[in-house]
Design a protein around this ligand. Structure first.
Ligand SMILES: CC(C)(COP(=O)(O)OP(=O)(O)OC[C@H]1O[C@@H](n2cnc3c(N)ncnc32)[C@H](O)[C@@H]1OP(=O)(O)O)[C@@H](O)C(=O)NCCC(=O)NCCS
Length: 97
């Protein structure tokens, strides 16, 4: 979408939405059917699985990983790793349930 930035050596799966003003930094990997919401930022080398929702304004620090079928809440900051199937919110992002 408009103003989204995808930097060098990024791999994006099928059916992914990179929404308004999202930033996907160098060498990120994004799985199929994931949604990166407006103004979310994926730092360099971050990896996101399939069918995951990265909430509005959320940030993944460089090299952070988020699994398949996750929901990352709006404004969350993922420091290192979120396992598959988890909803996580806050700074730093922690499992909601
Ligand atoms: C994470 C999310 C999916 C949780 O939704 P939910 O299951 O309906 O959760 P609730 O609203 O019942 O909130 C549950 C608790 O989590 C907290 N919470 C929810 N979202 C939060 C967030 N993003 N950051 C911090 N805390 C959050 C609530 O304050 C509540 O805390 P409490 O139990 O102490 O009162 C949702 O709040 C969210 O952030 N969605 C992102 C939507 C988005 O980015 N859309 C973009 C469209 S383009």
């Amino acid at each position: 979408m408009a103003m989204s930035v995808v930097n060098a050596e990024v791999r994006v799966g099928a059916g992914v939405i990179l929404n308004t003003a999202s930033v996907v930094e160098h060498e990120c990997v994004i799985g199929d059917f994931t949604h990166v919401s407006p103004s979310a930022t994926l730092g360099g080398g971050a990896r996101v699985g399939a069918r995951t929702h990265i909430g509005i304004g959320a940030t993944l620090l460089h090299l952070a990983t988020v699994g398949d079928d996750c929901t990352i809440g709006g404004g969350a900051v993922v420091l290192k790793q979120i396992e598959s199937g988890v909803t996580a919110v806050g700074v730093p992002a922690r499992r909601l349930r």
